[in-house]
Design a protein around this ligand. Structure first.
Ligand code: SF4
Length: 193
């Protein structure tokens, strides 16, 4: 059967509105497919971690939590009760479940040694030891107790910290308190840049 451009557009518009080209109401079927997808999933209200807008999100997690099961995020959508986004998410936020399940996620730290061209996977122990050593050495070398006028400043100007938009509020709070306690003054967050 030849389909004209006009017929195709009419059928598409009708389909999008839940009515098939043959006049069937597709809305119950569409709702049933959605129900099948999230049936038995636990619903968690959360906040998109990607930017400062802070859109409300509902994450659907499958898995009973039993010993031989693994909880998995199976679907994420905007929270319609959120006064910020009213159920919508931008394309970046709509893909946020990849933060939890993407096979491209790295689970080991990477280190590029001085002079090396490539990154290499190292243990957490090595990465933390490397970081702590350099943090301490740099802070000791650049910490200022007083400024030129003799005012007490207790600041560390040799280290800058840029927070990640993919950390939770609790992580961000902890990072902020820790870096302030270390005397850092060059301190910012990715979402503000
Ligand atoms: S959904 Fe988009 S706009 Fe909303 S917080 Fe996430 S990244 Fe920002």
């Amino acid at each position: 059967m030849a389909i004209s451009r006009r017929t195709f557009i009419k059928a598409s518009v009708a389909g999008a509105a839940g009515i098939s080209a043959l006049g069937f109401n597709l809305q119950p079927a569409q709702a049933a497919v959605r129900q099948l997808k999230i049936r038995n999933a636990k619903e968690y209200r959360t906040v998109c971690p990607y930017c400062a807008v802070g859109c409300g999100t509902i994450a659907y997690v499958h898995g009973s939590g039993g010993l031989n099961t693994t909880n998995t995020v199976i679907h994420v959508e905007g929270d319609p009760d959120s006064p910020i986004n009213g159920g919508t998410l931008c394309p970046k936020g709509a893909s946020q479940m990849q933060l939890a399940i993407s096979p491209r996620l790295r689970h080991q730290p990477l280190l590029r040694r001085a002079g090396a061209a490539d990154w290499e996977e190292v243990s957490w122990e090595e990465a933390m030891t490397w970081f702590a050593r350099r943090f301490k050495d740099t802070r000791d070398a650049t910490f200022e107790e007083r400024d030129e006028q003799g005012n007490t400043v207790n600041r560390c100007t040799g280290i800058g910290w840029v927070g990640s938009a993919t950390v939770s509020n609790e992580d961000a709070y902890l990072i902020s308190k820790t870096m302030r306690a270390m005397g850092l003054v060059y301190y910012d967050h990715q979402a503000r840049i």
